[in-house]
Design a protein around this ligand. Structure first.
Ligand code: ZN
Length: 156
């Protein structure tokens, strides 16, 4: 039926990524959001909007919307699923570890499904797609909202 994908494509689009791309988790908008942050990756045309509700030091609820490539969408979906209901400290720690994996290549098996994003490193330009939602998350929590672009601020 379909032709065998090239090895690099196979690695880039692992089953977990395809699944989150086809059926994104937490896609939509959180009602009564405390933080709204918009991220864009002009190199690829990815746009993500995160809405978050905080409960003291807990990220009580989070959802994403926007449009973009399969990697950006799958990464945002994986992220929202992973961070919802966690303490802000845990969220920041997770974001740091994802960054270390994606940017510095630090293997972290405790990341679970998120580890699937590691294959994206084989195509460096796509790392920005994968990091978009995570950068927006960190900046949103830091600054209480606003806009983030991959072309300024933290590398990648
Ligand atoms: Zn992209």
């Amino acid at each position: 039926m379909s032709t065998q994908p090239a090895v690099i494509e196979d690695e880039l689009y692992r089953e977990i990524i395809l699944d989150h791309w086809r059926s994104p988790r937490r896609f939509g908008t959180v009602a009564g959001a405390d933080i709204v942050v918009q991220g864009s990756n002009p190199l690829c045309g990815d746009e993500v909007v995160l809405t978050m509700r905080l409960d003291d030091a807990t990220l009580a609820d989070i959802a994403f919307s926007g449009h973009g490539c399969s990697i950006s969408r799958a990464s945002a979906s994986l992220m929202c699923e992973a961070v919802a209901g966690r303490s802000l400290e845990e969220v920041r720690d997770l974001a740091r570890r994802v960054r270390a994996m994606m940017v510095d290549g630090v293997v972290d098996e405790e990341l679970g499904d998120i580890e699937a994003l590691q294959g994206v490193r084989q195509v460096p330009v796509r790392v920005k797609c994968a990091m978009l939602a995570w950068n927006a998350l960190v900046e949103g929590l830091e600054r209480g909202g606003g806009t983030v672009t991959t072309e300024e601020g933290p590398e990648a």
